[in-house]
Design a protein around this ligand. Structure first.
Ligand code: AMP
Length: 279
């Protein structure tokens, strides 16, 4: 497995792969890899001959009071996991190698990024789009794989790829969960034992939403109200719960198959997100 720290070296290698007809897959991550990330690598291998995993805690997608400094990092374990998962290369840049001190070009998606998490985390999706656009230029992938876990992120990236004509296929892989339903996340390591138990409330509320819809409830307002009650009963502080069109992220009043329910809560000080589609 190749390890690149220098962006230019990765780009040189990637261009050569493309020239040689090797299909490149990219899995962008912030590291501290878990089963969710590994499922993305496995998905990427289905579409690509060589999978590049990037591990980069991207400072420009964190707000001033967010967890950039304390975000968990474990380079050695990440490399071992990527090797075991069959990655062809890992890209490990630093903020210094990624961003010129006077960098002045950013990528902004102006509609989808202004909803849900984007409202609560100003600048977050600008940071995400910018780093992903750079990773696309560096790794030259034919295909890039993202997780449904970050539903809004996947929508924003798809829109960026469409509107800026990146010749890249975007694949979105399903959410990998713990046995009790909690979506795998590097941030789960922040949770105390009690908070970890409360965290099952996220997937419990999503199950409730799906059950209500199956039983014939189509009022988004009613479903959301029941979810909020359930989340609060589980000791979680609701940031938002919204039912939206899965592509435009427009809020819906009447729930239909294919709509998505997205939520963000605070479990103690840790902000957790989850989502599912109505089927
Ligand atoms: P992160 O390292 O948290 O920035 O995530 C990197 C990629 O892995 C993103 O595309 C996430 O959506 C995806 N991901 C994170 N957690 C999961 C999960 N539990 N299941 C599937 N994909 C995930």
């Amino acid at each position: 497995m190749l390890v690149f720290r220098d962006p230019q070296k990765l780009q040189r290698w990637a261009l050569k792969q493309r020239e040689a007809g090797v299909r490149v897959g990219l899995v962008p991550t912030m590291g501290y890899l878990h089963e969710g990330h590994l499922s993305l690598i496995a998905a990427a291998k289905k579409y690509a001959d060589a999978v590049v995993v990037s591990v980069f805690v991207n400072p420009i997608q964190f707000g001033p009071n967010e967890d950039f400094e304390k975000y968990p990092r474990d380079e050695k374990a990440d490399l071992a996991k990527c090797r075991a998962a069959g990655a062809a290369a890992v890209f490990l840049p630093t903020p210094q190698t990624m961003y010129a001190p006077d960098a002045s070009v950013h990528v902004t998606e102006e509609v989808l990024a202004n909803r849900l998490c984007g409202l609560r985390r100003p600048g977050h999706f600008r940071g995400v789009c910018t780093v992903v656009a750079k990773l696309f230029n560096l790794a030259q992938p034919n295909v890039a794989v993202f997780g449904q876990k970050d539903f809004q992120q996947a929508c924003v990236i798809r829109r960026m790829v469409r509107d800026l004509n990146f010749p890249i296929r975007i694949v979105v892989a399903p959410i990998v969960r713990e046995p009790d339903g909690l979506a795998r996340s590097s941030r789960n390591t922040y949770l105390s034992e009690t908070e970890r138990q409360q965290a099952v409330g996220l997937s419990r509320s999503l199950h409730l939403a799906k059950r209500l819809f199956r039983e014939g409830q189509t009022s988004a307002k009613r479903i959301v109200a029941r979810m909020v009650k359930s989340l609060e009963a589980d000791g979680l502080q609701v940031d938002y719960v919204e039912i939206v069109d899965a592509e435009t992220l427009d809020p819906v009043k009447t729930v239909q198959k294919g709509n998505a329910v997205l939520l963000a809560v605070y479990d103690g000080k840790t902000r957790l997100i989850d989502n599912c589609l109505f089927s």
